[in-house]
Design a protein around this ligand. Structure first.
Ligand SMILES: Cc1cc2nc3c(=O)[nH]c(=O)nc-3n(C[C@H](O)[C@H](O)[C@H](O)COP(=O)(O)O)c2cc1C
Length: 263
């Protein structure tokens, strides 16, 4: 069979719920509006602009914690607004989904500071509200300041973070894929059956990092499991990324280097 399909490029905008993602200092430009990042209009306007420009997605980076290593403090971080202040990216999604039809949303969440059940429920709810336009960028963190903020002594060992991430994902898959059958929801007013009890199943997970027993609270969303992004670069991170992610961040300055990574 001859291959006639043209290659398709998906365009993804890259931003963060703060003044400057990685384009530090740009906020001082006279036309820059990023100081308005705490206004919903700022984001709905951006989403509409992207959709008009035929972008496929808006990807939102995020960190838990602050940059406090340079000169042993946060003075420059605050002065230059280097990802501080920064707000929770998932709070923006419903509003942007409302004013767009096709734009998708990639949201970064650091799983080290989440409970799998609460996280899976929040993302399943957002997948419903966006009608399946949701992605999760899986990160495990790299800041000691985050650990102190949540009362821990320091970052877990790098590879142990990926082990925990593996179990977190396995548990999320059980919630998203394993608890509800596709046709569980009946919404039958005559028979007074909203959900068929025979089609909702208990999950039971006894793992190294997490335990969970019960049914998932959210009926299947369009995607069930949101589109998964990952950016692991270490051997362990690459293993994790290739096992789970549908979209993997890679970088390189030559096609040959990129090809090696893709292979
Ligand atoms: C394009 C790109 C985006 C990333 N976005 C985030 C992010 O938003 N938040 C975060 O904590 N880490 C982010 N990371 C860091 C990755 O999650 C990961 O820690 C890093 O790529 C190193 O991988 P490794 O831990 O396997 O060595 C990003 C990495 C890349 C390349």
């Amino acid at each position: 069979m001859t291959q006639t399909t043209a290659k398709k490029i998906l365009l993804n905008a890259f931003d963060m719920n703060c003044v400057g993602h990685i384009n530090h200092g740009l906020w001082t430009h006279p036309r820059d509006q990023s100081h308005r990042f705490n206004e919903l209009n700022y984001w709905t306007e951006l989403a509409q602009t992207l959709e008009q420009g035929l972008f496929d997605g808006l990807f939102l980076a995020d960190i838990t914690g602050v940059y406090d290593v340079y000169q042993n403090g946060i003075e420059l971080t605050l002065k230059e607004s280097i990802q501080l202040p920064s707000h929770d990216p998932s709070t923006l999604i419903s509003a942007m989904a409302l004013v767009t039809q096709n734009l998708s949303f990639g949201v970064t969440v650091n799983l080290s500071y989440e409970q799998p059940y609460q996280f899976a429920r929040r993302f399943a709810s957002l997948d419903h509200l966006t009608q399946g336009r949701l992605g999760w960028n899986i990160v495990t963190g790299y800041l000691d300041s985050a650990e102190r903020l949540i009362g821990q002594k320091g970052l877990k060992d790098h590879d142990a973070r990926y082990d925990q991430a593996e179990e977190f994902l396995q548990l999320c898959y059980q919630y998203w894929e394993g608890s509800w059958e596709n046709d569980a929801l009946k919404k039958d007013k005559q028979q007074r059956v909203f959900t068929d009890p025979n089609k909702v199943h208990l999950i039971n997970h006894q793992g190294q990092y997490y335990q969970s027993q019960g049914v998932f609270q959210v009926a299947p969303s369009v995607q069930r499991t949101p589109t998964l992004f990952q950016a692991g670069a270490s051997p362990k991170g690459l293993q994790f990324a290739t096992r789970h992610a549908e979209c993997i961040f890679i970088g390189g300055d030559q096609p040959e280097k990129i090809r090696q990574q893709v292979n």
